[in-house]
Design a protein around this ligand. Structure first.
Ligand code: NAP
Ligand code: GLV
Length: 308
């Protein structure tokens, strides 16, 4: 069974070594040296070029190198084979720690001290207890659930919102459109960890920001097209939002002339909130390859009708 590897962002040699350590007989074909396309039965990919899957007549499964599969689902002629997302402890841990880092940045007023430094202003602000701060997490799946647990473990009051009702120890949860307004109304820091779907596209807009407490903070680590940047900058300008840590943008890479780069209330990172380490993530891929070989149901299969 040959496995195709395609990614411009991941290291194929690190992945090859990690996969072969678990499955020495693996026939791995790293793009563009993929040999006879008819022999490829599975593809491990991130942002594959249009038409790639259609050129693989023996393809039986697609494994994403990321948790979000919106780009793949948006492709024309996506073959009707199981599409599996990446669920991996290193991806989950790095996301939860990134979210905690951003929340702590604002919680400890580091944005205000950065501004004070620009003005050479020495002014002490007494720190607040984490327990007095409420953080709302949108999306309570693999990543959002882990982020919510880490934040709660750190002492924050944590709220969570998902499509269907979830139960997480130490987290007060809300669900569906009816749960959104009461969830937002108490979220002084809002973390977005939703998948991009028809329902979540453009969700982070003026109406949503208006539903947050005045001076709230946004930590956006979901997908860029969930955000309406003009609405974000307007909410920052009026003070409805105090600041925003933005890891994902509607266009990536973000063009150099985009005003988001220069808005004083925005902290930008280039879609780096979390990455899977091949050393751990290879185990998930190998488990699915073995299941495919044995004809067993695969893990982390995307529900195409739900869109995630
Ligand atoms: P997941 O396990 O599938 O969880 C998705 C969560 O979102 C679930 O709780 C789901 O609700 C909720 N949800 C989906 N649609 C919703 C809606 N319309 N309204 C309310 N809640 C909704 O996904 P994950 O592994 O946690 O990943 C989440 C997303 O993070 C990915 O799709 C990707 O976009 C993003 N991501 C970003 C980075 C980065 O570096 N910035 C890295 C990895 C992933 P239910 O619980 O009811 O199903
Ligand atoms: C990265 O954005 C991912 O979806 O894993």
């Amino acid at each position: 069974m040959a496995l195709l590897f395609y990614s411009q962002d991941d290291d194929p040699h690190a992945w090859g070594a990690a996969l072969r350590a678990l499955l020495p007989e693996l026939d791995l074909r790293i793009w563009p040296e993929i040999g006879d396309r008819r022999e490829i039965e599975a593809a491990l990919v991130w942002l594959p070029p249009p038409g790639l899957f259609a050129s693989l007549p023996g393809l039986r499964a697609i494994f994403s190198l990321g948790a979000g599969v919106d780009a793949m689902l948006g492709q024309e002629h996506l073959p009707d084979v199981p599409l599996c997302r990446l669920v991996d402890p290193s991806l989950t841990r790095t996301m939860a720690e990134f979210v905690l880092a951003q929340v702590l940045y604002y919680h400890r007023d580091l944005d205000l001290y950065a501004a004070q430094q620009q003005a050479a202003r020495w002014r002490l602000r007494l720190p607040q207890a984490a327990a007095s701060r409420t953080v709302g997490v949108m999306g309570l799946g693999e990543l959002g659930g882990a982020a919510a647990r880490l934040l709660a473990g750190h002492g924050f009051e944590v709220l969570g919102w998902s499509r269907t009702k979830r139960t997480i120890d130490g987290v007060r949860t809300f669900a569906g459109s009816a749960g959104l307004a009461p969830f937002l109304a108490r979220s002084e820091m809002l973390v977005c960890l939703l998948p991009l779907t028809a329902e979540t596209e453009g969700l982070l807009d003026a109406a949503l920001f208006a539903g947050l407490p005045a001076g709230a903070v946004l930590v956006h680590v979901g997908r860029g097209r969930q955000l309406v940047p003009a609405d974000l900058m307007a909410a920052l300008d009026t003070g409805q939002l105090r600041g925003a840590a933005i890891d994902v943008t509607p266009e990536e890479p973000l063009p150099a002339d985009d005003p988001l780069w220069r808005h004083p209330g925005v902290r930008l990172t280039p879609h780096v909130a979390s990455y899977a380490q091949p050393a751990t993530a290879a185990a998930t891929v190998v488990e699915n390859l073995l299941r495919l070989r044995r004809g067993e149901p695969l893990l982390a299969v995307v529900d195409r009708s739900r869109g995630y």
